[in-house]
Design a binder for this molecule. Structure first.
Ligand SMILES: [Zn+2]
Ligand SMILES: [Zn+2]
Ligand SMILES: [Zn+2]
Length: 371
């Protein structure tokens, strides 16, 4: 059974209104995420603030009210028909006590493993529920706890594990999140990743970006267990995500926004500002020749809101008729031309065919679509 899974979604506020992830939108509550997942047509969402006790209490209330069904592995929300997994994004240092830190996401086999494993560690922190806490744990230790554990936005210059310490990348890591600036083809060039399963998630810090990227899984059932099983088996049918050229860290770019061609430069030759490393040069450097392993396809897609010509009122019209994923993937171009505006259908067709022109993103700024 085909399931679209976006397993890296943040919350901005918990049920009592306290800030959770900074910076993230205040509208990014659990209620908001569920409503947005329905609008997008996602089958599974992973919230990465599962260490927040307030969130877990809220879900237990939903269970009592019949809004959620609890399983060992996660939750099922009968309305809108959504698998909800609780995980945690954490910052870990590797080697431990080194200054090199990276972000990882962990989805335990049982969601109650989050408090079981982590409450004692989190209690020692000043603000354990705020942002992505730095934990005094070794990545190998967390991986040994079972479940699904992967480097988040693996190649990004800030907190991407493979950008921080490529030489230390432990072989045998089973999953990896491509992040918004890389695609399958680029990451496939990294020889050590030949047996690693690539995942795509939105890393949403706002409601409108929930579902921006998702992994299409072949799962035995639309249940929390089904999603974890599909991940364990590496049953990925496709990765759907942003064209990497649009990603915030795709090209090496200085803080003032100039593209920097020399991969070794740390200061911009034009203005002297600090260079933010790019994902594209990092992966190009690692590229090995020869035959590369077969991979599920990476489908480049942008959110409808980013399609030129689809303003707020046009977008509302589309979403009143279709789920976002259906509109992005399969709704006929003629429908857009008739119901929205002449010419939009052709843009959607060209974006689906990968014929968009992109102004490269970099230095923390997203690229732009020219079509
Ligand atoms: Zn992160
Ligand atoms: Zn994140
Ligand atoms: Zn510059």
């Amino acid at each position: 059974m085909l399931l679209s899974a976006d397993l890296h979604v943040h919350l901005g506020r918990d049920a009592s209104g306290h800030p959770v992830k900074i910076p993230a939108s205040a509208r990014l509550t659990l209620e908001g995420v569920v409503a947005r997942a329905r609008e997008v047509g996602l089958d599974a969402v992973g919230v990465v603030e599962g260490h927040n006790p307030c969130l877990r209490r809220q879900l237990q209330e939903w269970v009592q009210q019949g809004r959620a069904v609890a399983f060992r592995e996660g939750f099922w929300l009968p309305e809108p028909g959504l698998v909800l997994l609780l995980g945690m994004e954490m910052e870990l240092a590797l080697p431990p006590a080194s200054g090199r830190r990276a972000h990882y996401v962990w989805f335990p086999e049982e969601w109650e493993d989050l408090p079981r494993r982590l409450d004692a560690v989190l209690r020692r922190l000043k603000n354990p529920c705020l942002s992505t806490p730095l934990l005094p744990l070794d990545p190998a230790q967390v991986a040994a706890w079972g479940g699904v554990f992967f480097p988040a936005h693996a190649f990004t210059p800030f907190r991407g594990a493979l950008a921080q310490y490529p030489h230390l990348y432990p072989p045998g890591v089973r999953w990896l999140e491509l992040g918004l600036s890389a695609n399958t083809e680029m990451a496939n060039a990294w020889p050590e990743l030949s047996s690693t399963v690539f995942l795509t998630h939105s890393d949403a810090h706002s409601l409108s970006t929930v579902g921006r990227e998702f992994t299409l899984l072949d799962a035995p059932a639309a249940s929390p267990q089904g999603v974890l099983q599909a991940l364990a088996q590496g049953a990925v049918l496709a990765n759907v995500g942003l064209p990497p050229a649009l990603g915030k860290y795709h090209a090496a770019t200085c803080r003032a926004g100039h593209r920097v061609e020399n991969p070794q430069a740390s200061l911009c030759p034009q203005c002297g500002a600090e260079v933010v490393r790019g994902v594209a040069p990092l992966l190009a450097e690692r590229a090995a020749g020869g035959t590369l392993p077969w991979r599920p396809p990476y489908r480049e897609r942008v959110m409808l809101a980013a399609v030129p010509g689809l303003g707020a009122s046009a977008l509302a019209k589309v979403l009143a008729s279709w789920r976002e994923i259906a509109a992005r993937e399969v709704v006929a171009g003629e429908w857009f031309d008739t119901a929205v505006r002449q010419g939009v259908g052709e843009r959607i067709r060209r974006l689906r065919a990968g014929e968009g022109h992109y102004e490269l993103g970099g230095g923390g700024r997203y690229g732009r679509i020219r079509i």
